[in-house]
Write a protein that binds this ligand. Structure first.
Ligand SMILES: Cc1ncc(COP(=O)(O)O)c(C=O)c1O
Length: 407
């Protein structure tokens, strides 16, 4: 039985040296702060014996083990096979790569579905790949009033010619979490593949690729306490069917076939450390003799409760302030709030908050279609995101700062 103190935010905050600088960081959806354990893992792998992968020297074996450890950690995080874990420089780079690999066998008349709820990283690569081969792009719209992306908004644009459905598991601008299993089931029924952007989702929800039904899933460790890189996960059997260009001496083995050049071993070690920190967010899970996946399940449940309580307090506090429109309204959403202000530019409010060392940036955050579809043009709004280290005093500082800025 887990105790009520399972989520000890003070213990968690003590793991983040950067919080000593005194800022209340609400910019987690743009990138989280980094725990000491992640920095230590990067430094220790980089400065320990380390050379290219191999089996003879200690430095080679360490490189090999680091790659292996990274694939196991990500596989635990998303409930997938380690041989389906592909490292990339960023989710954007991976999606561009895979849009090019996959579109090679598309033909004029084939169709690709993208949504207006997505970050541009899961829109433009598909639109541009479709344009190159003469395929048709079908758009699925969310409802700007409710923030919902109804499942039938996606399924109604499916056809027997649909090759790919690209959809986000959570909007980085307004937090909406569409019904990915429902969308995936219908997409598979017409023979399409499903490419899920899990970059924002993974910071708040524990992915389960089996229940989500995603054929491809991307996430970015720097959004969940890790270093700056991206990861793509797919079934190894599916990856076997995709043949990218490659150097002659480079391996054809999956998943290495998609990882061009030498891997950044130190970053891979950092990703593993980040997954271990996530698995220990719940105090009791941290020391429990259970699988890392089960510790992740317990820790994400505790994180959920923590973030939900803060979000409710934040929303109640916002409701008492004049002239704020909150655009994050979907029934299922992450604790990420987009707001605009009567008579004030969001960027001015961001600057005002910064006087009190509260960071809540403004913009469209590359969710360009979302911002435009909400009627906010390219300006977007001020975005507040909660992270594992956010505490109640951060929320009060934000509310106090908003009150001062709007008065
Ligand atoms: C939902 C979402 N998708 C994709 C991206 C792009 O991620 P990366 O920086 O790893 O390319 C971001 C980054 O903000 C994001 O929030």
């Amino acid at each position: 039985m887990l105790s009520v103190m399972a989520y000890d935010v003070a213990r968690i905050r003590s793991q983040f040296p950067s919080l000593d600088f005194g800022w209340a960081q609400f910019d987690g959806p743009g990138g989280t702060q980094t725990p000491r354990a992640v920095g230590d893992a990067v430094a220790s792998v980089l400065t320990g014996p380390l050379s290219n992968r191999g089996t003879i020297g200690e430095s080679e074996v360490r490189a090999e083990e680091t790659v292996h450890g990274f694939r196991l950690a990500v596989a635990d995080l998303v409930n997938a096979h380690p041989a389906g874990v592909v490292h990339g420089r960023s989710a954007t780079q991976l999606t561009y790569d895979f849009s090019r690999h996959l579109s090679r066998d598309w033909a004029p008349g084939d169709e690709v579905v993208v949504t207006r709820l997505d970050h541009d990283a899961n829109v433009r690569p598909w639109v541009q790949a479709a344009e190159r081969v003469g395929a048709t792009v079908r758009w699925a719209d969310f409802d700007p009033e409710s923030g919902e992306l109804p499942t039938d908004a996606v399924t109604s644009v499916l056809s027997s010619r649909t090759r790919m459905v690209a959809v986000t598991a959570a909007s980085n601008l307004i937090g909406t979490m569409p019904d990915i299993p429902g969308i995936a089931a219908r997409a598979h029924a017409v023979g399409a593949l499903v490419y899920v952007d899990g970059v924002h989702y993974t910071a708040h929800e524990l992915p389960d690729l089996v229940t989500l039904g995603a054929d491809f899933f991307t996430c970015s460790p720097y959004k969940f306490l890790g270093p700056h890189c991206g990861v793509l996960i797919a079934r190894p059997e599916l990856l076997e069917t995709i043949v990218p260009d490659k150097l002659l001496p480079a391996t054809d083995v999956v998943p290495e076939r998609f990882e061009f050049g030498t891997l950044p071993y130190e970053l891979l070690a950092g990703v593993t450390a980040a997954v271990d920190v996530l698995a220990a967010l719940d105090t009791e899970a941290a020391g429990a003799a259970m699988s890392r996946r089960n510790r992740l399940v317990a820790s994400y449940a505790a994180l959920h409760d923590h973030e939900d309580a803060l979000r409710v307090r934040l929303e109640d506090g916002l409701a008492e302030l004049p002239g704020i429109t909150v655009w994050s309204r979907a029934a299922r959403r992450t604790p990420t709030l987009l707001m605009t202000f009567d008579g004030h530019a969001a960027s001015d409010i961001t600057r005002s908050l910064a006087h009190g060392r509260v960071l809540a940036p403004s913009g469209n955050f590359y969710a360009l279609e979302v911002s435009r579809h909400l009627g906010l043009g390219d300006d977007g709004g001020l975005r507040v995101g909660l992270a594992p280290y956010t505490d109640a005093s951060d929320v009060e500082r934000l509310l106090d700062g908003l009150r001062a800025a709007l008065s």
